[in-house]
Design a protein around this ligand. Sequence first.
Ligand code: GDP
Ligand code: MG
Length: 447
Amino acid sequence: MVLAELGGKIKDAIGKLQTATVIDEEALDAVLKEICAALMHSDVNIRIVQKIRTNIKQVCDFEELAQGTNKRKLIQQAVHDELVNSLESDRPAFKPVKGQRNVIMFVGLQGSGKTTTCTKYCYHYIKRGWKVAMVCADTFRAGAFDQLKQNAMKIKCPFYGSYTETDPVMIAEDGVNKFTDEKYDLIIVDTSGRHKQEASLFEEMQQVAAVVQPDDVIFVMDSSIGQAVHDQATAFNDAIDVGSCIVTKLDGHAKGGGALSAVGATQSPICFIGTGEHFDDFEPFNAGSFVKRLLGMGDVGGLLTSMKEAGLDGEAGTELLQKMSDGIFTLRDMYEQFQNIMRMGPLSQVLSMIPGLPQGAAGQTPEQQKAGSQRLKNFCTMMDSMTDIELDSEKPFDLQNSIPDRMRIMRISRGSGRHPQEVLQLIDEHKRFSKMVGKMGKLGKGK
Ligand code: GDP
Ligand code: MG
């Protein structure tokens, strides 16, 4: 099952406790049974599943519990902690440092998503203002250079490669030297793969590494093979010093849970995950944030990081937090938030970090996500037709279906070309959103 489904199953199992009359050993066993079945369905290795189960049982020792402990919360927290444990590595992933030369070499089997992932990785850093370049050291696959070139041009990233040179080691060396001289922060070397692990691939990888002296080697693997990535990752690790991993194709495949937990067991940290074919379908991986979102627990930490990255932690952000904690959230604040959300990247990623949003609000499919973005845009268009007074007052509409209200709604509808019903929806949404943001503000301040 895909990850969202796995999360849903686990969430449902825990959720059932909300209506249970007693939460005892038996109820816990029933929940664990469902959770373990869901994990196995996602191809998580049976030994990992058993370990998760044993550890949760140990933490949830009801006999030792103080009176009044919320058992459902305790179970939820234990599940969270165990899943995080199974995904976390003891070692942090390599983080490039801006302003110095970082050479990153990408390795993996053919078709695992290396070239796509290199592009996503570059795009991630370009958006954050880094000076990034790509080198195509894949001379094995026909058309590899063209593919990289097209990708690089789409994200406006300088690239290096050759149509005539057949030695990947030469290309890698020339390309990295060129971009080092030109003072690039981040130089990405895309290498070739093979359909299966072969001595020739490993030799080539070692030779390329010897000339480019990478600061990090990232192993890219396809999650659709599930727990089998464990053996693949181990083989690559034995051949080259793999520093971090990226797991791709977590959008559509049934065995994502198996793949992620198998990497967790290799002790190579996962630095990013790939969740689609677009260059935006790419997320920094943090086990804690990931599990919180999977279980619908809301990820305030992750949200604050995203806000920081989008430059929203400055004065404007502080001012908003202040207003929020005072319980003030005007339409103009909402307008600005919508603009910010659109700036922060794929909507679903951002929305899934917001605690308390109903499941599915973030939209799982690209169509739903597109519809979500369009809806925000329409909202902004309608707010563009509002007056400053409407935007800045705390309760601009009395919502008693009064004549002045109705006239204003008609005016906004005409001005924006949207149906009056939509204007009403917007006003409703603002009411709902201001409540939610107030809650978030409290949580964020508690951090
Ligand atoms: P390489 O041979 O390792 O360089 O792999 P490519 O980058 O050429 O990717 C192989 C295929 O996987 C391409 O069709 C990509 O569009 C696709 N792909 C890569 N990453 C993802 C992902 O995260 N999700 C999905 N759905 N497809 C992906
Ligand atoms: Mg490739």
